[in-house]
Unconditional design. Structure first.
Length: 227
């Protein structure tokens, strides 16, 4: 049976780019380390990897759901050509594909503080969190939302136990339809409260409010109108 990670190998992000994945087994049988690269239409590989981390298939015996914990790089290069994923909407497409690997009740963790390769998406996420922006409306939180892991967020600002690595956001995928409806209503309410706050004049907060409106519209269309 093919490992779920290999479903990403060869998938297209758009007509010009596709994905390549390299994996390595970890000491836990259900976990693999992986590096995800972008190839152009001529097969040239962009560096560094666009996403790298650990995939866990979960453990049915202990009720642990599958999860991914990794680092995202929004700028990659090949032959002195730099590809900035947000400019072409490739960041959202990438996270949707990553989210497809995560089961209901599972989670996606993405670092917003990097040991190397830190870029605007990381810096602006950290700044937005410091300003009180809801995690889901930060740049990385917005990508996690598009991965389908929006039903509750945790900000790993202070790692517990010392093994969690850098600061990261963790988003959870709804357990089922009922959970999704309840979580959607909660999310819409606190995002509306955030949008209605007065005195938010910084560009980061104004942009976060626009993201919040988009998220609200998507949740209404998917979970409320269709309920």
């Amino acid at each position: 049976m093919q490992h779920p990670l290999y479903e990403l190998h060869g998938q297209s992000l758009d007509k010009n780019y596709k994905l390549q994945i390299d994996t390595k087994q970890r000491h836990y049988f259900e976990q693999k380390y992986f590096e995800l690269f972008i190839l152009d239409e001529d097969g040239r590989k962009f560096h560094p990897h666009v996403f790298t981390g650990i995939y866990s298939a979960g453990r049915k015996s202990s009720g642990i759901k599958g999860w991914i914990d990794g680092d995202y790089y929004e700028k990659v290069s090949s032959d002195k050509v730099t590809l900035n994923l947000p400019e072409f909407g490739l960041d959202v497409k990438l996270f949707k594909k990553i989210g497809d690997l995560i089961p209901h009740g599972g989670s996606l963790m993405v670092s917003y503080a990097m040991f190397w390769g830190e870029s605007e998406v990381h810096k602006n996420t950290s700044r937005a969190l410091d300003l009180g922006v809801p995690p889901i409306a930060t740049p990385i939180g917005y990508l996690i939302f598009h991965a389908g892991c929006w039903a509750g967020f945790k900000d790993w600002y202070f790692p517990e136990g010392g093994n969690e690595g850098p600061k990261k956001l963790q988003g959870f995928k709804p357990l089922n339809r009922e959970d999704a409806l309840r979580r959607a209503e909660e999310t819409i309410k606190f995002l509306k409260d955030f949008i209605e706050r007065k005195g938010d004049r910084s560009d980061l907060k104004l942009t976060a409010k626009e993201r919040s409106k988009e998220i609200i519209d998507a949740l209404l269309l998917t979970f409320i109108i269709d309920a």
